[in-house]
Design a protein. Sequence first.
Length: 295
Amino acid sequence: MTSVYQFIRSTISLSLSARRSYAISCCLRFQLFFPLGRTHSTPLRSSNIPRTYSDVSKYSMGDSQYSFSLTTFSPSGKLVQIEHALTAVASGQTSLGIKASNGVVIATEKKLPSILVDETSVQKIQILTPNIGVVYSGMGPDSRVLVRKSRKQAEQYHRLYKEPIPVTQLVRETAAVMQEFTQSGGVRPFGVSLLVAGYDDKGPQLYQVDPSGSYFSWKASAMGKNVSNAKTFLEKRYTEDMELDDAVHTAILTLKEGFEGQISGKNIEIGIIGADKVFRVLTPAEIEDYLQEVE
């Protein structure tokens, strides 16, 4: 009874997850763990007492218990927190990228939480360097952290080597930051995926970086809540000899596939980079011109 009383007093100020972990450790120490279904009238046999943490897990919440730990793999070999981060990406607004023969285009929906929000204060496509841009799907605050870190890395490279950072290297450094947040205690994965568009000595390039830190080069890709329909549409429309203007038209048509409401230059964003190696975000007026061309 004394041990139970001490346990109750020591866990009053703890959260539910911390209290559960503390309870398991105390039960293993004092052999107080009761298997599920046991009542006070049922004798506790030594064979029923769990001796290891794996035994304890049999009586706990299954795979869901691993969602509280970032650095622990579930029995199915997954880091559950990364699965949650991918869910955050899948619930974000649709974003896509297309690599043309002479450039790259990235585009995204820009839906405001309220009509009272000034649309000029919301910008999902960001410029990392003069020749590299990025768009995200998922949690906006997480993307701002990654944009800031990527810009700092590009600045350090330019200061050291007196030349722009290659697209592949900047993507690799950004992915390394995201991967570090999948193996450290006291942090969580970034709830965001990135599409990085750039043009350097290797030509036009498009990369996607996911919360796990994995990254791949893509000819065309999409992410967000309408990712399935968007990728299906891109698979049908994409050709490797596509010009930049055609890629912009395809990007607009892809967004229209799952767009709710009337699409306009104010509720989508488009960024392009061509052979001049200058990334820029199209103005609403320029987007309206492209919209008229595809109608």
